[in-house]
Design a protein around this ligand. Structure first.
Ligand code: FA5
Length: 341
């Protein structure tokens, strides 16, 4: 029996050496000390055939062998676990000296940047910034602005109607009426916002675009004040060299009315691709507020006069950044927008 137990231990040692993974260690334990069919368990069962003295000695040695087998397998499994952990540490090692990954922060849209710049200029000139509804009644869209019943601007071909009485505003001039209803003159407001027209989209037209309205009402305001204010605004936006010119034009809500041009910021008036060789760029409309508009909001045109102007932000933005199509501003292509961070 003694030789047999020595042989068993040698066999176990041989098998132990051949195990190379956790699963192998578990199988080895089942094979040697498994309760049902383990080699040592089976050997224990044969002890009954021995004499009492041999049984005691052999039993003791088999128990020692069992303890040995269990301890060796446990040691092997602990080795495997340590090896696994060491490998994992190498795999997951972090080089803390590497530079971090840059987090992409959001940024403002070019139209928003321009709008903020324009708002800052108006505030520095003593204007208050106003906001107002994008859906308006016919009173704000047309009647109060002295737009006659047969005017083409009222036609469904030009304006987005919601029903007979409501439409999307087609110009920020509607804000003049809200501002004058809210407060009494003297008043100075600038109102940037979105406007909507049934224009066919092309490089310089979009059905939704931005305007900013300026309005000043006080006693004794003249066309000279309008010109001085617009000239100062344009100089603050484009630099001290920029000049403006006024071309007579018609808008129902002003009298007289004028279109505003300014010297091209690119060529300074010499003529270039941006201003199509003319040296001038059109910025928007303006004029002295029509007496009928003042009357519509209960202001006496004999006592107060004022001027208003409305500028298109999209074309301004396109010109400033050298864009050849204003629709780029609304396509939400991040490759385009990322250039403005
Ligand atoms: C007006 O909208 C007047 N409310 C301006 C005004 C205000 C006159 C106060 C007098 C007193 P106009 O329709 O010309 O005017 O538009 C002004 C500017 O809006 C244009 O110069 C242009 O820059 C811009 N604009 C007009 N239509 C579009 C469009 N479809 N897409 C992009 N910009 C446009």
């Amino acid at each position: 029996m003694s030789d047999r137990i020595t042989q068993l231990r040698n066999d176990f040692d041989g098998e132990l050496k051949a195990v190379s993974a956790d699963a192998g260690a578990n199988a080895l334990r089942d094979r040697w000390v498994g309760r049902k069919s383990g080699v040592i368990t089976a050997e224990m069962k044969t002890l009954g055939k021995l004499s009492p003295e041999d049984r005691r000695v052999a039993g003791q040695r088999l128990n020692e062998l069992k303890d040995y087998v269990e301890a060796e397998i446990e040691k092997l499994q602990a080795d495997f676990a340590a090896k696994r952990e060491a490998e994992q540490l190498v795999k997951e090692r972090i080089d803390v000296t590497l530079p971090g990954r840059r987090i992409e922060a959001g940024h403002l849209h070019p139209i928003t940047l321009l709008r903020q710049k324009i708002e800052d200029i108006f505030v520095s000139m003593g204007y208050e910034i106003e906001d107002g509804p994008e859906i308006e009644t016919n009173f704000y869209n047309f009647d109060a602005l002295n737009i006659p019943a047969n005017h083409p601007a009222r036609s469904p071909q030009d304006t987005f109607y919601i029903n007979d009485h409501l439409a999307l505003r087609s110009q920020t001039s509607t804000m003049q009426i809200h501002a004058m209803q809210k407060r009494r003159p003297p008043l100075r407001i600038a109102a940037p916002g979105r406007v909507f027209r049934r224009d066919t989209p092309d490089a310089t037209h979009n059905p939704m675009f931005y305007q900013v309205e300026g309005l000043l009402i006080d006693r004794g305001i003249t066309l000279g004040d309008l010109k001085g204010t617009v000239e100062e605004f344009v100089r603050r936006l484009f630099g001290p060299e920029t000049r403006t010119r006024f071309r007579p034009s018609y808008f129902p809500f002003v009298e007289p009315g004028a279109e505003i041009d300014y010297t091209c910021f690119k060529c300074n008036g010499a003529g270039c691709r941006i201003c199509k060789g003319s040296g001038w760029i059109e910025m928007g409309g303006s004029g002295m507020v029509h007496p009928n508009v003042l009357r519509a909001v209960g202001i006496d045109p004999e006592e107060f006069t004022g001027f208003a102007f409305g500028l298109g932000l999209d074309r301004l933005c396109a010109l400033m950044y050298g864009l050849d199509d204003i629709r780029l501003l609304y396509e939400n292509d991040v490759r385009f927008l990322e250039q403005f961070r």
